[in-house]
Design a protein around this ligand. Sequence first.
Ligand SMILES: O=P(O)(O)OC[C@H]1O[C@H](O)[C@H](O)[C@@H](O)[C@@H]1O
Length: 481
Amino acid sequence: MSSSPSIPFLRESAAGDASQAVACGIKLDLSRQRLTHGDLEGLFKFAAEKDLLGAHARMIRGECVNGSEGRPALHTSLRAFSLSAPRYAEVSQERRRLFDFAQRVRDGRWLGCRGDRIVDVINIGIGGSEMGPKAVWHALQTASPDIHLHFLASVDGVLLDRILAACNPRSTLVIVSSKSFSTRETQVNATAVDQWLLDNGIVGADRSRHMVVVSANPHAAEMMCLPLENQFAMWNWVGGRFSVWGGIGLPAIIALGPEAFQEFLQGANEMDRHSLEASIDQNLPALLALTAYWNSTVLKIPTHCLLPYDERLRVLVPWLQQLQMESLGKSHGINGERLKGRTGMLVWGSNGNEAQHSFYQWLRDGTGSTSIDLIWSEMPGHRYAEHYRVLLANARAQAEALVARDPKAPYFNAVSTIVLDAVTPRRLGAVMAMYEHKTTMLGTLYNINPFDQPGVELGKRLSKFAETGADPKKLLEEARE
Ligand SMILES: O=P(O)(O)OC[C@H]1O[C@H](O)[C@H](O)[C@@H](O)[C@@H]1O
């Protein structure tokens, strides 16, 4: 593979539809990517050398792909509907429990301890234990929902105060979500919300009507003095940032209903099957991964910007940021070797239309090159024809404007457009699964393990030391000596 000095557009060398791929209601257009058709063919050969699709299939089959932690990465099993999927029995049993519990909350068979219906759900959790369900809820909630979700993630009392002020404890359900059940922010927030229940007279057995836990730690319910039936399982073989498909999705299951969540899972499962069955030149996640690999390693583009032209997809930005940056923000390979060249990009973005009036100036004229995904839907989520017409005109125009930069400047943009036929639970599942597969496929291409996060864990350990009043810098220095 060689870098092209003239930075051509794919559309200049690919005939007809060769720069497009369509699956699961998603149309990917790579024509504004900066490579030739020959370069793309070279990337397909590189993918074959790396056995990209074989490695992907091995992940889904349950092989030990997370070497540093010695386990498989089976998030795809959480959205599988076939007996042959690894761990199917335990996953489907837990899914039934989750759906049954959510339905009881929704139809009023599960009430607060004084007989009130649950109308507010507070999800206490951070990172992967927050971002997935938050993205799903933001995308699929109706304008006036029966049940309101609140996400308490950071250990910042301001957020705590605001959320508690919006809720009545008697009609509130608290979900404490933590894979490890040892994350300090979550522990501190859970204790504070528990105290709020206590202050409002919800004590003893009554607490169990207002609090449940989701965790891979079998002692989580016990740690919160709750009965075991108030715990929903997750498993060590699902990474936190890949976990929205199971118990971590509980707030969304309650707020949207099991039926919508089932559709969400089915959409993801459709994408899983597409990713296993489609040839490389039509394989959506593989095409996204290969062009990202090209952009980062050959064109040396340092950042990737996601610009949804659809309010419903706004929270995909922080979700994708964690997914890609925690998975691919690594400079060592699977055998601990220091890697040459770039790995994962900095991921950022915003609601596309709003961003036009804030940072597009930089994207169009600044001294940086950017990889960009523009994403929109062919069906609006509202009844205002004029709004949709203007929004779509903006999205289409910006797809061109963002690549219309000074051809003599050393800075340029590489743009993909991703068009959904609609934003339904099914399509959302497919889009999120597509980005998950893009991320893990990039792990294969870069030769890194996308399933661990050693850098974050050091920070977590140091914060615990800092809580005792110790200087974290000193502790690091001592550890080095
Ligand atoms: O779910 P928990 O165990 O509480 O972890 C919450 C988060 O903690 C860390 O920040 C990890 O890097 C994240 O991947 C994880 O999602």
